[in-house]
Write a protein that binds this ligand. Structure first.
Ligand SMILES: C[S@@+](CC[C@H](N)C(=O)[O-])C[C@H]1O[C@@H](n2cnc3c(N)ncnc32)[C@H](O)[C@@H]1O
Length: 382
């Protein structure tokens, strides 16, 4: 999936090599800010040691846990029939589905009217199935897509935790692909001259098909050793660390909260949502985890505290951060100043890459590509 600050590209560009070189000296890999989980997946799949991963957000630990907490591949034929096909069957029998289909089929090629009527339908009718219809139908998703997500959430098999997490992760992944927004979910596409074709393209995607594909893809990934995820602040895991741990630190660099960019995925993972507001359809702050790392006035202090506590545990660290000054007030230079008090910088390099998220190309609303540099450090406690 597309994720702001994902290190997927970097695993083939320096980070993967550094992990491979250093990991043999440790008993466990700890991904404190796991995000979409790519680094945790890489370690869990390729090395015979457990991964412990944390993030403030439930969708992040769901995506990560779906792979690192499982040591065998899953046959998805049964899951497709007991979950996706059942959800699809129930959806198609529902009254709301018929009304949604009617709105969508009558307004093909009239996107402004389609959007207006979809918002009216989802806003004025009550669904007891799930939170997506009311919160995001007609905005981030077409009415039928919103209802499909609600039916998929409601029908997730509940017996086995492994299957539950895998299904929910597949749904988060599929929803992130279908969502009508430019890469993240801070704001949906509007039916403007430039953006309406992208909105329409997203609304045409088949949620059930995308979920089947995401399920197949995720089910084939597995850990060599069973790991664990925890939804919490990185600071809260420090008590569990030791000198046998290799810690990966990839903290937020944006002065805007991740929970503002990804509330749609968070709602799906939490399976609930209160009232939403604004063009972005944001749930209340209570439902959007707030990070001190995304606040310019606290980011430096909270990072200092974290690094001091990790050094006291005598754990080693791989740290990545954009080299330039970022909107949360930190930069490659300030990171080095902070860590030097408690760590020796044993390796330091800078890798160039293209960032595909973080803003819009004004002309067509698609994510644009920007050249950036990432600092990569290996740190040993003093
Ligand atoms: C740069 S992203 C990590 C990307 C990830 N390495 C990947 O490749 O997908 C930073 C992550 O830190 C999480 N986060 C923010 N504050 C946190 C905190 N105090 N503790 C743990 N995670 C936090 C955010 O939710 C976000 O997912």
């Amino acid at each position: 999936m597309k994720y702001m600050g994902s290190k997927r590209y970097m695993l083939n560009n320096g980070l993967g090599m550094l992990i491979k070189k250093r990991i043999i000296d440790y008993n466990r890999f700890v991904d404190l800010f796991c995000g979409a989980g790519y680094v945790s997946y890489f370690v869990a799949e390729n090395f015979s040691l457990p991964v412990l991963a944390s993030d403030l957000q439930v969708y992040a630990t769901t995506l990560t846990g779906a792979v690192i907490e499982r040591t065998s591949v899953v046959n998805t034929d049964k899951l497709e029939s007991v979950w996706i096909n059942i959800a699809e069957g129930a959806l198609k029998k529902s009254e709301l589905y018929k009304r949604a289909k009617l709105v969508e089929s009558r307004n093909v090629n009239k996107i402004e009217i389609l959007v207006k009527k979809s918002r009216l339908l989802c806003g004025s009718t009550k669904s007891n199935i799930g939170p997506i219809w009311k919160a995001y139908g007609g905005h981030y998703f077409s009415p039928t897509q919103a209802l499909a997500i609600d039916y998929l959430i409601k029908n997730i098999p509940s017996k086995s935790k492994v299957e539950r997490t895998l299904c929910l992760a597949a749904l988060v992944d599929a929803a992130s692909k279908c969502v009508a927004s430019p890469g993240h979910t801070a704001q949906p596409f509007q039916p403007t001259h430039g953006a309406k074709k992208f909105l329409y393209q997203s609304w045409q995607l088949d949620l059930f098909q995308e979920t089947k594909e995401a399920l197949k893809k995720l089910s084939q990934l597995k850990a060599q050793r069973r790991g664990r995820v925890v939804t919490c602040a990185a600071e809260d895991l420090i008590g569990q660390l030791s000198s046998r741990d290799l810690i990966f630190i990839d903290p937020p660099y944006s002065g805007v909260q991740y929970s503002r960019f990804y509330h749609v995925l968070e709602t799906i993972a939490r399976k609930q949502c209160g009232l939403v507001e604004g063009v972005g359809r944001y749930p209340s702050l209570v439902e959007r985890p707030q990070s001190a790392y995304s606040n310019k006035s606290t980011s430096g202090e909270v990072l200092k505290n974290l690094m001091e506590k990790i050094a006291r545990k005598k754990a080693s660290v791989i740290f990545t951060f954009p080299n330039k000054e970022c909107s949360n007030g930190l930069s490659g230079k300030t990171i080095k100043e902070i860590v030097k008090t408690w760590f020796h910088i044993e390796e330091e390099c800078i890798h160039g890459y293209f960032s595909t998220l973080g803003g819009n190309n004004k002309k067509d609303n698609r994510p644009y590509r920007q050249k950036s540099e990432e600092l990569l450090l290996f740190l040993k406690p003093r």
